[in-house]
Every structure is written in structure tokens, then in C-alpha cells.
Design a protein around this ligand. Structure first.
Ligand SMILES: NC(=O)c1ccc[n+]([C@@H]2O[C@H](COP(=O)([O-])OP(=O)(O)OC[C@H]3O[C@@H](n4cnc5c(N)ncnc54)[C@H](O)[C@@H]3O)[C@@H](O)[C@H]2O)c1
Length: 351
């Protein structure tokens, strides 16, 4: 089998590559990425990208049929991948996350790729409701990022079929230690705060609900989706990827961190404006369709993994929220230095 993973040089990519290499040892694995964060290793003795057969440094906005010819599966991770970056680069977010994902899917279908896996997001649900959100519930995208994911899912619907299987995995918020760990994710931020200063500063009153998933469990879901048959979920499948047990209130996450890292103080911001991005998600459909690829990592183990990883790299930066471990800061630094344009293309003279 020949698999293309776009956006592999980010936070989730290393976990995905590792899982694919284990699941399909003799497959040909190819990565395609622009490399915004390629240099952002955290505490690894060896590059996680060595499991690849080939790395292509290319903008997915410029992908062609010939780039995709011969592949059996395409996994589309490449994206402007969170709300703060999406807010700052709204037009580019639509170009990369939505237009390019659709362009790739159309080209993949044309050249005979069988399986297309799209990394969507539970952020499409957006706002509070009493009940955990199911796939067919009303969507409420609050950000350019969330909108780009919905627009892609809608566009993909028309392409599935004729031996072209599409799986949109609506992932919960990621967490966990990666070879390219980022700290702009709620649980990672909390552990970083506890390790560096013994304090978790919660930006809200702690009550918002946030479904989470460990990156290894995201990789497990992607492994499932790559070889999923159309008879299991249809040619076009949109499915929440995560587990019901991982619907947490933000204060529960902080308490789990404090349990693993004794002496941690948890500060709530009781005067915070209510966080609109509060939702629970129903993962029942995923449980039925992918019984052998269900999330396995526990919350405490996710915290322990982050704690160990950060300690191993002697992490102590109390100001990490202004550091390069926040993706928006890395993009801004590229732009300020003149390496990257505001349209997120590399400036040739710096390459
Ligand atoms: N992290 C989460 O909480 C989460 C949750 C749900 C879904 N997702 C989705 O999973 C995917 C991977 O997330 P991540 O956390 O690893 O993101 P990331 O930002 O760490 O990595 C994304 C990668 O895409 C690459 N990229 C961006 N634009 C590109 C372009 N035009 N051409 C080629 N490469 C490009 C970047 O260089 C980067 O390596 C994204 O689609 C994201 O939206 C992430």
C-alpha cells in the first residue's frame, strides 16, 4: 500500500506516521508538508520522520494529479490548525484547509486513490447545548477554522463514491506529548504551567466542556479510516472521533494535572467572559463503526506522558505562552523575519 500524509511535520503527524508504520510495515509512506514547524522538535533523540520512505516539501495549494498518482490512500492533515491562527490568517485558512483539501480529493479521485481521510474537528459544533453533539446535530462554527472544516466536509460529500471512500474524522481537541509538542492546547498548557511554575491559570471559570483525545488515539482512528470499507459507514462518512469518557470540564483537566503533579495550584478566572466554545460530543457512532480502534489512553496517562516529556527536556519556561511552542508565535516569527509571507508562502530568498 502507498500512503500520502500531508501536514506530517506538525504536532500530530509523528504519532500518525508511527502508527501507520506499525500497522502497515511494508507500505510506502510519503509525507508532504511546507515545514512551518519542521524544526520544532521537543525532546527527541532521533527524527520521527525517518519512518517515512520520502518527504516532499511542498505547498498543498500547488498539488497536482501527478503528485497523487499511484497512492492508495491520502491523509489530509495539512492545515492552519487552530482558532488563533485561523483568526489571524482567515483567507489562507479557507485556501489551505478547505479549497486545497477539496482540490486534493478531486485530484485523488481522478488518479484512482481509493481512500481519503480528512482531519476534521469537533469545533464545528461550537457552542453550548444540553446534550452531547451527534454528527447530524446543528453545527455552529464560531471561527474561521471551524468554518473551514465544515465547508470541506460539505464539498467532499459530492466526491465520495465510485470506489473513492472518504472519511471525515471530527477529532476532539488533541493532547499528549509529541516529537513536536505544542503548548497551545488546553491539557498541554496546563501541564506546562504546572511543570514550569507550579500553577495552572485557567482562562475561564473552569466550567466549559471540552472533549479531548490523545494523539496516539487520533493516529489509531486514522489507521482505521485508511482501510475502512464503504460497507462500514458508507462511501462518505463523517464521524466524531474520540470517546464519551473524554468529555471533560476544563476544571477536571486541571485537577487531573494537579493529581499527577503534587503541589500544583489551580487558579480559576471567575470573572471571565463565558467561553462560548463549550460543548460535549457523542462518540457512539465511532464506537460502533470502529470497535477495534477505540481510544485507549487514559487522561492520567496523557498527563503523565506530558509531565515526563517536559521534564526530560528540562522544560522550565514560565512564559511559554509567548514562546515558539505556541504555533501562532512560530508563524509570526517566520513572518517578522521575512522568511514567510503573510499569505503563508516561503519567501524564496530565504530558502
Ligand atoms: N490539534 C488538534 O487539537 C486537532 C483537533 C482536531 C483536528 N485537528 C486537525 O488535525 C490536523 C493536524 O493537526 P496538528 O495539530 O498536527 O497541526 P499542526 O499545525 O501542528 O500541523 C499542521 C501541518 O500542516 C502543514 N501545512 C500547513 N499549511 C500547509 C500547506 N499549505 N502545504 C503543506 N503543508 C502545510 C504545517 O507545516 C504543519 O506541519 C489539522 O488538519 C488539524 O486541523 C487537530
Amino acid at each position: 500500500m502507498k500512503i500520502l500524509v500531508t501536514g506530517n511535520l506538525g504536532y500530530i503527524g509523528p504519532a500518525v506516521l508511527k502508527a501507520l508504520r506499525v500497522a502497515y510495515p511494508s507500505s510506502e509512506l510519503v509525507g508532504m508538508d511546507l515545514g512551518f514547524f519542521a524544526h520544532c522538535f521537543t525532546g527527541v533523540p532521533v527524527s520521527p520522520d525517518l519512518v517515512l520512505d520520502r518527504q516532499i516539501y511542498k505547498d498543498v495549494r500547488a498539488i497536482t494529479d501527478s503528485d497523487l498518482a499511484g497512492f492508495d490512500a491520502v491523509i489530509q492533515l495539512a492545515a492552519v490548525s487552530n482558532d488563533p491562527m485561523g483568526d489571524k490568517f482567515a483567507v489562507v485558512t479557507d485556501e489551505i484547509n478547505c479549497q486545497s483539501s477539496l482540490k486534493i480529493a478531486r485530484a485523488a479521485k481522478r488518479v484512482g486513490v481509493k481512500s481519503y481521510v480528512f482531519a476534521s474537528s469537533c469545533s464545528v459544533y461550537g457552542a453550548a447545548s444540553k446534550y452531547p453533539k451527534k454528527e447530524n446535530d446543528e453545527l455552529n462554527p464560531l471561527t474561521a477554522y471551524a468554518k473551514s472544516k465544515i465547508d470541506t466536509e460539505i464539498g467532499l460529500e459530492q466526491l465520495a463514491g465510485d470506489s473513492f471512500t472518504i472519511t471525515c474524522l471530527r477529532f476532539a481537541t488533541a493532547c499528549g506529548f509529541s516529537a513536536r509538542t505544542r503548548l497551545d492546547l488546553v491539557l498541554n498548557d496546563f501541564v506546562a504551567g504546572a511543570v514550569s511554575s507550579g500553577v495552572i491559570d485557567i482562562l475561564s471559570d473552569g466550567t466549559p466542556w471540552r472533549p479531548l483525545i490523545h494523539i496516539d488515539d487520533m493516529a489509531r482512528a486514522i489507521d482505521w479510516a485508511v482501510t475502512r470499507r464503504a460497507s462500514n459507514g458508507g462511501d462518505m462518512l463523517v464521524v466524531n472521533a474520540g470517546s464519551d469518557e473524554w468529555n471533560y470540564q476544563v476544571k477536571d483537566l486541571a485537577n487531573a494535572v494537579a493529581q499527577v503533579i503534587p503541589g500544583t495550584d489551580v487558579n480559576l478566572n471567575l470573572n471571565a467572559v463565558p467561553d462560548k466554545r463549550s460543548y460535549q460530543v457523542d462518540f457512539g457512532k465511532f464506537r460502533i463503526l470502529a470497535p477495534n480502534h477505540q481510544p485507549e489512553v487514559s487522561l492520567l496517562d496523557a498527563v503523565r506522558g506530558l509531565y515526563k516529556g517536559l521534564n526530560d527536556m528540562n522544560f522550565s519556561d514560565k512564559d511559554f505562552r509567548t514562546s515558539q511552542l505556541i504555533r501562532l508565535n512560530t508563524l509570526n516569527a517566520h513572518i517578522v523575519s521575512g522568511r514567510l509571507s503573510s499569505g503563508l508562502t516561503w519567501q524564496e530568498k530565504f530558502l
